[in-house]
Design a protein around this ligand. Structure first.
Ligand code: FAD
Length: 414
C-alpha cells in the first residue's frame, strides 16, 4: 500500500487517520489494531459502561461506514509482530506484510500486573480493554465484596461504581494518599472523604502481599502487615506500562516509552509515536513526559496528521488536561501540578464544587476542579495562552475570570 500505516486502533490511532482525511491527505491510510472491534473510547469502561448505562456500540468512535466513506483501511483483530525499518514494512501475526511511507506507532499501554503469590487466581481482574470490562461486568453483579488494588483514577472509579451498586468495597493503596501521582493534597483528601462517605474502606500504606484462594477461586487478600480481607473479586488498577515491544525490537530509542522529539518523530524519521506509548519533550520545560489521557492521544494524533501533510508550524505544544468521574463528582484537571508548592482553594469543598489552583512560587502550574467546569475551561484558555494569575487573584472570589480572558490576545484566548 504505502501511504500512512498506523499501528494500534485506539484513541490515538483513530485520530491520526481521521485528521489526515480532514486535512485533505489523499494517500492510503490504514489502521491495524489487535482488538477485535472498531476503535472505541476507553473512559466509559470504568464508568457508565460498567454501571450498565451505555452499550459497547455507543463506545465506538465511529461506525464502519465512516471508515468506508473516508477510505480509511481498518484491519482489526490482527497483531503486528515486527517492523522492518530498512524495507519500510511491517509483518502481521498472520504472516501478511504491509508497506509504509510513514508509520505511526499508537500502541498504547498494557496493565501492570500484581507481582504477588496467588495473582493468577480466578477472580483477579484488570481493566484496559472492552473485553476486560465485559469480564468484570460478568462477575460484578454476583460479587458481594470487592477488593480494589490501587487508589489511582481507575481504582477509584471502579470503587465508585462498585459502591454505587451496593458492594462492600475495600481499596488498598501502597502510598499515603489517593491519586497521588496526579493531584494535590486537598483533592486527594476530598476524594478520600467522599469514598468513605459512600461506604468504601480506603486503606493507605497498605501493600497487597498475596491473593488468597480456594479451589483456584479468589477468596480474599492478605496485606504485608498481615491483615486478611475477604473478597470474591479483586480488581487491579496499579498502573500501566507503555507498549514498546515492537519499537524496541526495531531498535528505536526508548525512554519511559517510545522516545520522540518535539515533532513526535522517533529516532527513525519515517516513524512517529503518539499517545500512551510515547514520551515527548514538554514544550515549556523540556522535561520528558509520557501522559496517559484522551487529550494527549487526540492532540498528538492531530499534530502528527498536520505534520504529515506539511501544515504543522513548530513543535507539539498542547496543554494537558484530564478528567475522572466518580459518582456525583466530576474531577477536571488542566496543566501538570506535580512540583506544586502552594495551593489555593477557590470555593467551598463542603458544597462539593471547588477548585484547587496549584502554584510553584507565583507561577500557576494547573487547576484541579471538582464540579466547577467553568474554572477548568478558564484554566485551559489561560494556560493555553501562556498566561498565569497570582495566588492572591485565585483566592479572591471577586476576581473576574471572564474579564481576564477577555483581556487576552484574541487568538491566544482560543
Ligand atoms: P489505546 O487507546 O490503548 O490504543 C492502543 C491500541 O493499540 C490498543 O487497541 C492495543 O490493543 C493496540 N495494540 C498494541 N500493540 C499492538 C500490536 N502489536 N498490533 C496491533 N495493535 C496493537 N483518559 C482520560 O483522559 N479520561 C478518563 O476518564 C479516562 N478513563 C479511562 C478509563 C479506563 C478504564 C482506561 C483503560 C483508560 C482511561 N483513560 C482516560 C485513558 C485513555 O483511554 C488513554 O490514555 C487513551 O486510550 C490512549 O490512547 P492510545 O491510542 O495511546 O492507546
Amino acid at each position: 500500500m504505502a501511504g500512512t500505516l498506523i499501528l494500534g486502533g485506539g484513541q490515538g490511532g483513530y485520530q491520526v487517520a481521521a485528521s489526515l482525511r480532514e486535512a485533505g491527505y489523499a494517500e492510503p491510510v490504514l489502521i491495524v489494531g489487535n482488538e477485535p472491534v472498531l476503535p472505541y473510547q476507553r473512559p466509559p469502561l470504568s464508568k457508565a459502561y460498567l454501571l450498565g448505562d451505555t452499550t459497547a456500540e455507543r463506545l465506538q468512535l465511529r461506525p464502519q461506514s465512516y471508515y468506508d466513506k473516508h477510505e480509511i483501511g481498518l484491519i482489526v483483530g490482527e497483531t503486528v509482530t515486527g517492523i522492518d525499518r530498512p524495507a519500510r514494512r511491517v509483518t502481521l501475526a498472520s504472516g501478511q506484510t504491509l508497506a509504509y511511507d510513514h508509520l505511526v506507532l499508537a500502541t498504547g499501554a498494557r496493565n501492570r500486573t500484581l507481582p504477588v503469590h496467588g495473582a493468577e487466581a480466578d477472580g483477579v481482574l484488570y481493566l484496559r480493554t472492552l473485553a476486560e470490562a465485559d469480564a468484570i461486568k460478568e462477575r460484578f453483579h454476583a460479587a458481594q465484596s470487592i477488593v480494589v488494588a490501587g487508589a489511582g483514577f481507575i481504582g477509584l472509579e471502579l470503587a465508585a461504581v462498585a459502591s454505587k451498586l451496593g458492594k462492600q468495597v475495600t481499596v488498598l493503596e501502597a502510598l499515603g494518599r489517593c491519586m497521588s501521582r496526579a493531584v494535590s493534597m486537598p483533592v486527594s483528601s476530598f476524594f478520600a472523604e467522599a469514598h468513605a462517605a459512600w461506604g468504601v474502606q480506603l486503606l493507605f500504606e497498605a501493600r497487597l502481599a498475596s491473593i488468597d484462594s480456594a479451589g483456584g477461586r479468589v477468596t480474599g487478600v492478605t496485606t504485608a502487615d498481615g491483615r486478611r480481607i475477604p473478597a470474591d473479586l479483586v480488581l487491579v488498577g496499579i498502573g500501566i506500562l507503555p507498549e514498546t515491544g515492537l519499537a524496541q525490537a526495531a531498535g528505536l530509542a526508548l525512554d519511559n516509552g517510545i522516545a520522540v522529539d518535539a515533532q513526535l518523530l522517533t529516532s527513525d524519521p519515517a516513524i512517529s509515536a503518539i499517545g500512551d506509548c510515547a514520551s515527548f519533550p514538554d514544550a515549556a520545560t523540556g522535561a520528558r513526559l509520557r501522559l496517559e489521557s484522551v487529550q494527549n492521544a487526540v492532540d498528538q494524533g492531530r499534530y502528527v496528521a498536520q505534520r504529515i501533510v506539511g501544515k504543522s508550524d513548530g513543535g507539539y505544544a498542547a496543554v494537558p488536561w484530564f478528567w475522572s468521574d466518580q459518582r456525583d463528582l466530576k474531577l477536571q484537571m488542566v496543566g501538570l501540578t506535580g512540583g506544586c508548592d502552594r495551593t489555593v482553594v477557590r470555593g467551598d469543598p463542603a458544597t462539593r464544587a471547588f477548585s484547587v489552583f496549584c502554584f510553584k512560587g507565583d507561577r500557576l502550574l494547573g487547576i484541579e476542579s471538582i464540579n466547577r467546569g467553568a474554572d477548568h475551561m478558564f484554566g485551559r484558555r489561560l494556560i493555553g495562552a501562556g498566561q498565569s494569575l497570582t495566588p492572591e487573584e485565585a483566592a479572591d472570589l471577586s476576581f473576574d475570570f471572564k474579564a481576564r480572558l477577555a483581556s487576552l490576545p484574541r487568538a491566544a484566548a482560543g
